[in-house]
Design a protein around this ligand. Structure first.
Ligand code: SAH
Length: 217
């Protein structure tokens, strides 16, 4: 991504919404200081771009709360060399943050119009290592697998099998699991060879993952 001028709004967001709540990974905090979140929010909601909550992006979808972006990104433990899959591009903001922290990012969105807008924003900002794909992310992206890290930005009823199977050895998958309308649990799945371990984290609230093996439209 091209260099961005220091942004006092981003600085405040990082300090008071993420650092103060325990996110410590300096690379994650730095990426969130740099990515201009306001560019990913529709013009009518720009005043809320840095607010401590999800913001509507159209089609009944939202750009996730900054703290949730930080927490999920930190959980992936990215060092810079990884190939990452995101399911649920939405505005493209989370993908841009991942692009700052990994080598290559693929992000899948089922709503073509959101995917188009996100792809344009990412291109305008020079996020050259992020690729937006239109489709059902529940199936993953077999042609680009395996992935060192997978982030699902929508709530699933259970860990999507295809995503689990597309994890690289040593890879990690972060996905909110639970009822579509209720509270979900942020769930981390780690792969060591043929072995998968599951760890449950904080409660969270996401829009539903809609597709094969998840919720109906
Ligand atoms: N990460 C986004 C926010 C995601 S909101 C951001 O930074 O703005 C969740 C998104 O997941 C919505 O845009 C929704 O359309 C999408 N989605 C839901 N089910 C999906 C599926 N099966 N495949 C791909 N995208 C899906």
């Amino acid at each position: 991504m091209s260099a961005f001028p220091p942004n006092p709004d981003a600085e405040r967001m990082v300090r008071f919404q993420t650092e103060s709540r325990g996110v410590r990974d300096a690379r994650v905090l730095d990426a969130m200081r740099r990515v201009p979140r306001d560019r990913f929010v529709p013009a009518g909601h720009r005043a809320d771009a840095w607010a401590d909550r999800p913001v509507p992006i159209g089609h009944g979808q939202t750009i996730s709360q900054p703290f949730m972006v930080a927490l999920m990104t930190e959980a992936l433990g990215l060092r810079g060399s990884e190939r990452v899959l995101e399911v649920g591009t939405g505005s493209g903001y989370q993908a841009a943050v991942l692009g700052e922290l990994a080598s290559e990012v693929f992000t899948v969105e089922r709503i073509a119009e959101l995917a188009g807008t996100a792809a344009r924003t990412l291109e305008d900002l020079g996020c050259a290592n992020v690729t937006v794909v239109i489709g059902d992310g529940c199936r993953g992206l077999a042609e680009h697998a395996p992935f060192d890290a997978i982030l699902v930005a929508a709530a699933a009823p259970a860990v999507p099998g295809a995503l689990r199977d597309q994890l690289a050895d040593g890879g990690i998958l972060v996905v909110p699991i639970g009822e579509s309308a209720g509270v979900q649990v942020l769930t981390m799945v780690r792969r060591e060879g043929a072995r998968f371990t599951i760890e449950e984290g904080t409660g969270c609230r996401f829009v539903p993952l809609i597709g094969e093996g998840a919720f109906d439209a």
